[in-house]
Ligand binder design. Structure first.
Ligand SMILES: Nc1ncnc2c1ncn2[C@@H]1O[C@H](COP(=O)(O)OP(=O)(O)O)[C@@H](O)[C@H]1O
Ligand SMILES: [Mg+2]
Length: 367
């Protein structure tokens, strides 16, 4: 049997889930209270894993919908309907029976089964019926919760994509009446869009949620996790090598797992520094296409501003000498920085700027 102590790509749980105790606690309390919640962080930061991991430990039924692949209102209705149907009841018959009882429009539901016997549900309707059917489907979690007198949780993942569907107003109009019977959790990978959706006065979702910050996983927790992964498989890693990993990944979950995994595979018995370097190089190589793509989507001024940030660090960026060296005026630098923030390449904390992706940063620093 090949043991695999580290995992990257897709959501993680159980043995692969490291810490996040304070976030889990806050999430659980807020769901119990019946709040609607907002979580945003860069992609591959662990949002989906955290929320699913937390909900599995609660008593609530939950519905999970990923907006990433949904292209229009019609598809949203069907995907959401399917997600609801799969989550709420134990058998396909029960689901259909429940919908027949509760839906006003007599539903025409098709159930298909895959080879393992898992059902998928389709609501048959015409595009011109979108508006009515959308409303009804949006009500389903609430109707279900009321019918059984049991609270339901709905997770909308990659919710920033909603802006491409133009259904925000309709969503908000229905969801706001669900109060404490349904808790909605909105997850997003684009901070700029998510904050705009929820904190801009003119937007339908303004002030409808509590924001839960999600941080990187701390050094000590990673240290235990990585050490344990090696040791339980009879390999050895010293603290200074774990430190090397974390200095590069900065505790960013996906990259920490990826480097640890690569290093684990490249190590026979005992980790040595050269192999840590090799593991990191090999990951940079693997991710190069992605990084180049991101780089090529920036304007020349934005590229220059990134180099500037990497060179000087993100604090006190408007110092004269610094700007002169890169031929920036304060207004041209400001514009480039704002562009990078809007593209979610950089973010700021206490007036200091940083690149969101630690490996992209390393890649650029070696360019
Ligand atoms: N709590 C965690 N402990 C360990 N690794 C994690 C954790 N959360 C996320 N990861 C790592 O990050 C990757 C991406 O997680 P995911 O939940 O899909 O992120 P997101 O939803 O933010 O894109 C996982 O495949 C895993 O390698
Ligand atoms: Mg996710």
């Amino acid at each position: 049997m090949i043991k695999k102590p580290f995992h990257y790509g897709g959501t993680v749980d159980n043995q692969y889930f490291c810490n996040r105790m304070s976030e889990i606690k806050e999430l659980t309390t807020d769901i119990d209270t019946g709040l609607n919640l907002l979580l945003y962080a860069p992609r591959r930061f662990g949002k989906t894993s955290l929320v699913l991991h937390t909900l599995k430990q609660t008593k609530y039924k939950y519905i999970f919908l990923d907006f990433m692949s949904i292209v229009d209102e019609y598809e949203f209705i069907n995907e959401y309907f399917n997600a609801i149907s799969k989550s709420l009841d134990t058998t396909a018959d029960k689901v259909v029976e429940f919908f027949k009882k509760i839906l006003k429009v007599k539903p025409n539901i098709t159930v298909d089964f895959d080879i393992s016997g898992n059902p998928s549900f389709k609501l048959n309707f015409l595009h011109k019926e979108n508006a009515t059917v959308l409303k009804e489907v949006l009500e389903l979690p609430y109707l279900y919760a009321k019918y059984h007198n049991k609270k339901v949780v709905v997770i909308f993942d990659e919710f920033q994509e909603v802006v491409n569907l133009e259904i925000e107003d309709k969503l908000r109009a229905v969801l706001q009446h669900h109060e404490d019977m349904v808790s909605y959790i909105f997850l997003g990978s684009k901070k700029s869009i998510m904050t705009n959706l929820f904190f801009d006065r003119s937007k339908p979702f303004y002030k409808s949620v509590k924001h839960i910050p999600i941080d990187k996983i701390g050094f000590n927790n990673w240290q235990k996790y990585i050490k344990n992964g090696f040791e339980t498989n009879n390999k050895k890693i010293e603290d200074n090598h774990i430190k090397m990993i974390l200095e590069v990944s900065k505790g960013f979950p996906y990259y920490t797992q990826q480097i640890a995994s690569e290093l684990f595979n490249m190590t026979q018995k005992v980790v040595v520094s050269e192999v840590v370097e090799e593991a990191i190089d090999s990951i940079l190589e693997k991710e190069e296409d992605l990084f180049l793509n991101e780089w090529n989507h920036l304007s020349q001024q934005q590229k220059k501003a990134l180099k500037f940030l990497i060179h000087f660090g993100g604090e006190n960026i408007y110092q004269k000498e610094k700007m002169i060296e890169y031929n920036f005026t304060s207004s041209s630098l400001k514009k480039a920085i704002e562009g990078l923030v809007a593209k979610d390449v950089i973010d700021s904390k206490k007036s200091s700027f940083y690149l969101q992706d630690p490996l992209f940063e390393l890649y650029l620093s070696r360019m």
